[in-house]
Design a protein around this ligand. Structure first.
Ligand code: NI
Length: 184
């Protein structure tokens, strides 16, 4: 496994719609896609991120991984077990939205307050090509919406509705962390 370089905002790959993954190639146990998934997991853990999408490691493919267990950056958030989603499609968004502070490994030091659907329904494949249907709410729904946005060429800035709620990490901690919004 290897820690991969993170593409940062300004890199055009973050703004491309990612390509669907070929499920036959995915199923090859020692295949290149399995190595990519392992490297994405290692990179996410190395960077203390809650999730990462393939375009963030400069691969324009519809793969996301996420995990939040004992994460130092998100000590108050509920645990999310390691999950790999291939070709994910959100099929239902709740009308109810929640506001939460988000950060992104590709946006390094920025934090922004982002509205997201409180719950979602999702169809995808796991890393071996098995079909998955799932529902998610609250923190996990927010993480999935953030990561699947990367596959559409979107970053959290695009989803913000009030750009006065954008801050650098240090100023976020000084001026905003006391607010009762959740941090993602
Ligand atoms: Ni991100």
């Amino acid at each position: 496994m290897a820690v991969l370089e993170i593409a940062r905002l300004g890199n055009p790959i973050l703004r491309k719609v990612a390509e669907p993954v070929d499920l036959t190639a995915l199923a090859q146990k020692d295949g290149e896609l399995q190595r990519l998934i392992d490297d994405m997991i290692e990179t996410m853990r190395h960077e203390n991120g809650a999730g990462i999408a393939a375009p963030q490691v400069s691969r324009s493919l519809q793969i996301v991984v996420f995990e939040c267990e004992g994460n130092e950056r998100y000590p108050d958030r509920p645990d999310i077990p390691l999950t790999v989603l291939v070709n994910p499609v959100i099929t239902r968004y709740s009308g109810e939205t929640v506001m939460g502070w988000e950060g992104c490994l590709s946006l390094v030091d920025l934090r922004g307050l982002v509205p997201r659907s409180q719950s979602i329904r999702l169809e995808a494949y796991d890393r071996w090509g098995q079909r998955i249907e799932m529902e998610a709410d609250d923190f996990r729904a927010v993480v999935i919406q953030h990561e699947t946005d990367h596959l559409l060429g979107k970053v959290f800035l695009d989803r913000m509705t009030d750009m006065t709620q954008l801050a650098y990490q240090k100023e976020f901690e000084t001026y905003w962390l006391q607010s009762d919004s959740v941090e993602v």
